[in-house]
Structures are given as C-alpha cells and as structure tokens.
Design a protein around this ligand. Structure first.
Ligand SMILES: Nc1nc2c(ncn2[C@@H]2O[C@H](COP(=O)(O)OP(=O)(O)OP(=O)(O)O)[C@@H](O)[C@H]2O)c(=O)[nH]1
Ligand SMILES: [Mg+2]
Length: 317
C-alpha cells in the first residue's frame, strides 16, 4: 500500500496536464468541503445534513503545469424518492466520464454498507484510476487514522480495486489538501487548459445564488425538512434608475417545500427564520457577485416535488 504523508517526488518532465477528477462517496463524507478547499473558494455548498449536493459542481484548480477540474457529485445512497434516483444517475454518469475517481471515506466512521456498495460499483470501472481519500482526519487520533487507512487498503484488496493512492486529508484544517492535488494531477491526460485562467467554476451565477440561499435555509432544520427544500432564483436584475456608483441587484427567489405544514417552520415565528436566511445568504451573495443585493424570498409549496416528475423538471432536475 502507498499511503502518502509527505510531498511526492517532483516530476522532471515539462508537460501540461488537464482533466477531470470526481469525488464520490456517501452523503456527508466531505466531498464538497474538500472541493472548496482544493479550489480555494466556495464553489459548492456544504452542510451537516446528508444529500446537500444535488447536481455536479465543477471546481477548477489552476497550476502552472496543470489544470485539475474537480467534479463534486451528490452522495451516492439508497434512493427513496425519484429525486434520489436522479441524483444517483448523475453520480454514475459522472464517474463514467472523468479521468480519475476520488473515493471519499470519512476517517471518523467505520467503513459501512454504504461505502462498500459504492466500492463494489467502482470495482467494475476498470479503466479509470482510483484514489481513496480518507477525509476529516482532524476528527480522529493517529491510531484511529492508521486503522482506517489499513481498512481502506483491505477494502481495495478484497474487491480488486487498485488504489493508485490512499490519501488522508482534512479539508477544514487544510491538511494534505495540496498534496492530494499533487497526486491527482499525474493521473490526468496531457493536454492544454480546458477553462480560462482564473475561472474557479462554471456554475451559472443564478444557480450559485440559489444554492447559497438553500445552504442558509438548511441550517438548523431537521429530519425530513432538509430534503424537502429547493430554491429557484426567478429573476436577477439591476435596479433601474440607480446611480452608477450605487448599484443594487434585485434578486427574486422562491424557497419550495413539499407540504403546507412545513411552511411555518421555514418562515418561523413572525417571519424570523426566513429573515435570518435572507440576511445570511444575502451577505454571501454580495460577496460572490461583488454588488449590493436586495433579496426577495418567497416560500411556496410544490407538493411532494421529490416524487413528482413534473415538479422535478420545474425545479431543474
Ligand atoms: N471536522 C471536519 N469536518 C468536515 C471536514 N470536511 C467536511 N466536514 C463536515 O462534514 C459535513 C459534510 O460535509 P460536505 O462537504 O457537505 O459533505 P458531502 O460529502 O459533500 O455531502 P453530500 O453533498 O450530502 O453528499 C459538514 O458539516 C462539513 O463541515 C473535515 O475535514 N473536518
Ligand atoms: Mg456535497
């Protein structure tokens, strides 16, 4: 096994590499947090609720000798709704298209049936190199980490997966994050940059704005509610008649839930919760877009949207 803990030997060849690496793993494994840490900016929202990511998010890492495009995917899970099935489809399509697969397993949880299920599927994809990434290493001591690394190595041997590397990282502590990029890049094909220099993601602004609102809305909600929330930005327009030095961007967005009974929780007593969601996400949106924003949020019911093909289409799935 080759567990990497220090900088790998530098390659002397002066080639440029560019390609795609996707992070897969079960919900909450830390894929999006790791993507953001590698990119150096938030391109994907994160939360401690499972199934936060609902579409592939590309984050771009620029190096003088390479462009590494990370594809963050939804957590692969046992689907209970049509949305769940769609999300899993997205994951499987993605790993068939990338140059490298990074399989994320949290250090603080024993390898379980969910991880095994994914690993078995990965074992069937022979031609794509795979790297095992043990995430959240800041949550465990060195003994527990060593045990997890051995368990991951064993899982590979058992299922016939040849891990090109097994890399322990902590995205929140910034540990070994650059090393992970160093190890992924040699596995990319040679070629010129695929995205313009400076681009960190190809997410449309409207989607990023909706995601930031959803991230704020996810905070503090429990049980089924996180799954029930969807956000759609209906309109983003500069307010007319504003002086050039005092622009204001009007953003109208709908926060969808699945049942009328959920409305009260999202809005909160006297609208307090929704107001907080607005304030919190507006700050982030202003930072992202670099302009003052007026954010107008409405809560709407899209009945059982996770199970309804028509509603799913309306919400962009
Ligand atoms: N302590 C610690 N927590 C982490 C680390 N990486 C992620 N987390 C936390 O783990 C939770 C899940 O992180 P995400 O990045 O949203 O996980 P994900 O795999 O993208 O989840 P889905 O999108 O639901 O599949 C969040 O609360 C993160 O803050 C880490 O390196 N250390
Ligand atoms: Mg995610």
């Amino acid at each position: 096994m080759s567990v990497r803990t220090q900088s790998s030997e530098q390659s002397t060849e002066a080639v440029h590499r560019a390609g795609f690496a996707c992070f897969v793993g079960r919900p909450n494994a830390g894929k999006s947090t790791l993507t953001n840490a590698l990119v150096g900016q938030k391109v994907a929202i994160t939360s401690n609720r499972p199934q936060t990511t609902r579409h592939t998010v590309r984050g771009i890492v620029h190096r003088p000798d390479a462009q590494l495009i990370l594809v963050d995917t939804p957590g692969l899970h046992k689907p209970r709704t049509l949305l769940g099935e769609r999300l899993n489809d997205v994951v499987r399509t993605t790993w068939a298209e990338v140059d490298v697969i990074g399989f994320c397993l949290p250090a603080d949880q024993k390898i379980g049936p969910g991880d095994r299920f994914i690993a078995k599927e990965l074992a069937g994809i022979k031609r794509t190199p795979k790297v095992a990434v043990v995430t959240k290493t800041d949550l465990v001591d060195s003994k527990a980490l060593a045990e997890q690394l051995i368990a991951v190595d064993r899982l590979g041997k058992e299922l016939g997966i040849d891990w090109k590397e097994i890399v322990p990282v902590s995205a929140t502590a910034g540990k070994q994050v650059d090393l992970l990029a160093d190890l992924l890049i040699p596995l990319l094909p040679q070629g010129p940059a695929l995205y313009p220099e400076g681009d960190l993601t190809d997410e449309p602004e409207q989607v990023m704005v909706a995601e930031l609102i959803r991230e704020a809305a996810l905070e503090g909600v429990r049980d089924e509610l996180p799954h029930s929330i969807a956000v759609v930005v209906e309109e983003m327009l500069p307010r007319p008649d504003r002086p050039a030095d005092k622009p204001l961007l009007d953003i109208h967005a709908n926060v969808y839930i699945e049942r009328p009974s959920q409305k009260g929780i999202i809005i909160g007593p006297r609208g307090k919760r929704l107001k907080e969601v607005g304030i919190k996400s507006r700050r982030q949106i202003e930072a992202l877009l670099g302009t003052p924003v007026y954010l107008d949020l409405h809560v709407k019911v899209a009945k059982d949207w996770q199970r309804d093909p028509k509603q799913l289409r309306k919400l962009g799935f």
